[in-house]
Design a protein around this ligand. Structure first.
Ligand code: F6P
Length: 370
């Protein structure tokens, strides 16, 4: 779909919203977008809990310089967020007890008009970008900003949040080396990433793991066990295994905590414990599992993520000023560019098996389970 453009957009008031799981850098985007908009004489309305702010005018707040002071380095989002479902679809039970789904997109568009917004900047991952594109299809001028710790968003070389998640995971792996070495144990670290292995691969290689298991490479149990045994035989009495939450064995299923339901996405997690138990059983080694979970999303963004977030926030405002909508700002080094939202949604960026980092892992002797 072609982007919506208008030659001389009259922008007076924009909305800002953050959607999906939180990621380090959200507040930096909010700050940069707000300051860039204020410099142009625009008003900035912050929507609480992403699109909920469109349904409830009370769920908004005006953002001025004071509201965004000192937040660049702070994790989370001052606007709140919503994840895991489709806020435009509401489940209602009628008088007869029959449940049905109501599409609220019309109410969202009406909310945009009631708030007297001229454009909306939405910061989020793939799910949020899909919802943002829906708004554009209904005539709302939107610009997306890519956020994800998973690095699975198409259209941008990287989104903000990923570098911080990799840094946290790498530091955790570094720290676990001490215990693994001291106790001659196998330490298994489960990291996030959904169906993509970017965090596991980057943190695993950087943290010098012995085994890295990715969703993109279904693994053979015996290859993993043999790597641990081989290290034992050569006198290296400990092993570090990094497992992406979406990794799965060639002969098994993905481990999930909750299956997808209408309106809720699948909740991954648990493969780390499974791998730990199977390694202990097969090798006789003592093994422990550490699930990093939401630690990877919390706290301060790295310097790289801060800068990227600030650049994205300012670029989003320049995009609004240029009258270019239904697009997402994206990193195409060294530039920040725009890509149509239609080209981003519904696609997933996974680790290419012939990528340089995968080749590097193999050259370092790291077992990828295949
Ligand atoms: O998409 C980011 C992410 O942290 C994934 O890595 C993870 O699978 C998921 O969100 C966790 O979601 P929640 O915070 O809803 O448990």
């Amino acid at each position: 779909m072609a982007e919506i453009t208008s030659a001389v957009p009259a922008i007076r008031r924009i909305g800002l919203a953050t959607g999906g799981g939180d990621a380090p850098g959200l507040n930096a985007v909010i700050r940069a977008a707000t300051l860039a908009a204020l410099r142009r004489g625009w008003e900035v309305v912050g929507l609480q809990d992403c699109f909920e702010g469109l349904f409830d005018p009370q769920g908004t707040r005006m953002l001025d310089g004071a509201a965004v002071r000192g937040i660049t380095h702070i994790g989370g989002t001052i606007l709140g967020t919503q994840s895991g479902g489709d806020p435009f679809l509401q489940r209602v039970v009628d008088a007869g007890g029959v449940e049905r789904t109501v599409d609220r997109i019309g109410d969202a568009v009406a909310g945009f008009r009631t708030l007297r917004l001229d454009a909306l900047i939405v910061i989020g991952g793939d799910g949020t970008m899909r919802l943002t594109h829906r708004l554009a299809e209904h005539g709302v001028p939107v610009v997306g900003v890519p956020k994800t710790i998973d690095n699975d968003l198409e259209g941008t070389v990287v989104a903000f949040g990923f570098d911080t998640a990799v840094s946290v995971a790498t530091e955790a792996i570094d720290r676990l080396h001490s215990t693994a070495d001291a106790h001659r144990r196998v330490m298994v670290v489960e990291v996030m990433g959904r169906y993509a292995g970017w965090i596991a691969l980057h943190a695993g290689v950087g943290g010098t793991a012995d085994v890295i298991l990715l969703p993109e490479i279904p693994f053979h149990w015996e290859r993993v066990f043999e790597k641990v045994r081989e290290r034992e035989r050569s006198g290296k009495r400990f092993s570090i295994v990094v497992v992406a939450e979406g990794a799965l064995p060639v002969d098994g299923e993905r481990v999930v905590q909750a299956t997808a339901t209408a309106g809720r996405v699948e909740k991954l997690g648990g493969i780390g414990e499974l791998v730990t138990g199977r390694i202990a059983e097969a090798t006789g080694k003592e093994a422990r599992c550490v699930v990093l979970g939401h630690l990877q999303r919390g706290g301060q963004p790295t310097a790289l993520d801060r800068l990227l977030s600030l650049r994205f926030g300012a670029a989003a405002v320049r995009t609004v000023e240029a009258g270019l909508f239904d697009v997402m700002v994206a990193l195409d080094p060294p530039d920040v560019v725009t890509v149509p939202l239609a080209q981003v949604m519904g696609r997933m960026k996974r680790v290419p098996l012939d990528s340089d980092t995968v080749c590097t892992a193999r050259d370092l002797g790291i077992c990828l389970g295949d």
